[in-house]
Design a protein around this ligand. Structure first.
Ligand SMILES: NC(=O)c1ccc[n+]([C@@H]2O[C@H](COP(=O)([O-])OP(=O)(O)OC[C@H]3O[C@@H](n4cnc5c(N)ncnc54)[C@H](OP(=O)(O)O)[C@@H]3O)[C@@H](O)[C@H]2O)c1
Length: 242
């Protein structure tokens, strides 16, 4: 993918959509990519990529449910980025739960919220100084159609309760961040239903085809996109109701 020099940070790059984002970004030698894994030593695909592209790819340890881990990671990321700053933050790491209002367990609920809402919120807080130094100032909170209250339909009925509530909360956080920081381009982006560990093997979309489309959108995004929710569906990305 042809693009001008840019710095990227992708959380959850060990597998799924995160790994695909990283692999696609590394096709352009002008991109510097920082990504994260909960256990970098076991992230074998990322380690292979790093051994081939040591100047371009950096792998940092991050568990978004752990505040100390976030603080340590942000310091390391700032050390790599220096005065160049961060152009694009992709808050991609996330976790699924397939519970219902009457079956969810309190501990699972809290952990899923920490991963999907508090985690990306704290990552944005921690990386805000680096984003302010960046040339693009883009923050993408990877969300889901399931987080849209106004378009909740009968398809999933009462399932995926905690996950849906998390993405709705992440959407609200996105609006608030866009309101507080009008110089940042902050939006929610739903990637569509893709074949990953989370999406399952029968999902209609192939991440190899989805990610280039999402990246083209992200690279071209402007302040006009900020504070809104965008959704990849039926071959195009369009604004989606909250
Ligand atoms: N796939 C879909 O159809 C779909 C649809 C809508 C939205 N999304 C969203 O897209 C994003 C990526 O989903 P995916 O399908 O790629 O999921 P996935 O294949 O399950 O991968 C999840 C990624 O998140 C990381 N992660 C999970 N918990 C974490 C934590 N506590 N701290 C740091 N990293 C953590 C995982 O790291 P480890 O490898 O260390 O576990 C992994 O890299 C998520 O935000 C998801 O909600 C996906």
């Amino acid at each position: 993918m042809a693009q001008s020099s840019a710095t990227w940070l992708v959380t959850g790059g060990n597998r799924g959509l995160g790994l695909e984002f990283v692999q696609d970004l590394l096709r352009s030698s002008s991109n510097t990519v920082i990504t994260t894994a909960r256990n970098p030593d076991k992230a074998s695909t990322l380690q292979d990529l790093r051994s081939k592209l040591p100047q371009q790819l950096h792998i940092l340890q991050l568990d978004v449910t752990d505040e100390l881990s976030i603080q340590r990671f942000a310091k390391e990321a700032e050390g790599i980025l220096g005065e160049r700053g961060l152009d694009y933050l992709l808050n991609n790491a996330g976790a699924m739960s397939s519970d219902t209002p009457l079956t969810f367990k309190a501990e699972d609920f809290l952990n899923t919220f920490k991963t999907n809402v508090l985690g990306p919120a704290l990552v944005l807080q921690a990386l805000h100084p680096a984003l302010e130094k960046g040339h693009r100032k883009v923050v993408v909170n990877v969300s889901s159609r399931l987080g849209s209250i106004s378009s909740t339909d009968k398809q999933f009925r009462h399932y995926y309760t905690t996950y849906s509530a998390c993405k709705a909360a992440l959407n609200m956080f996105t609006v608030k961040a866009a309101c507080e920081k009008p110089d940042l381009i902050v939006y929610a982006l739903s990637p569509g239903h893709n074949r990953t560990d989370m999406g399952g093997s029968t999902a209609p979309l192939d991440p190899k085809e989805t990610i280039p489309i999402l990246l083209k959108f992200i690279i071209g995004s402007t302040l006009e996109h900020s504070g809104k929710s965008w959704d990849y569906w039926g071959d195009k990305i369009q604004e989606f109701p909250w």
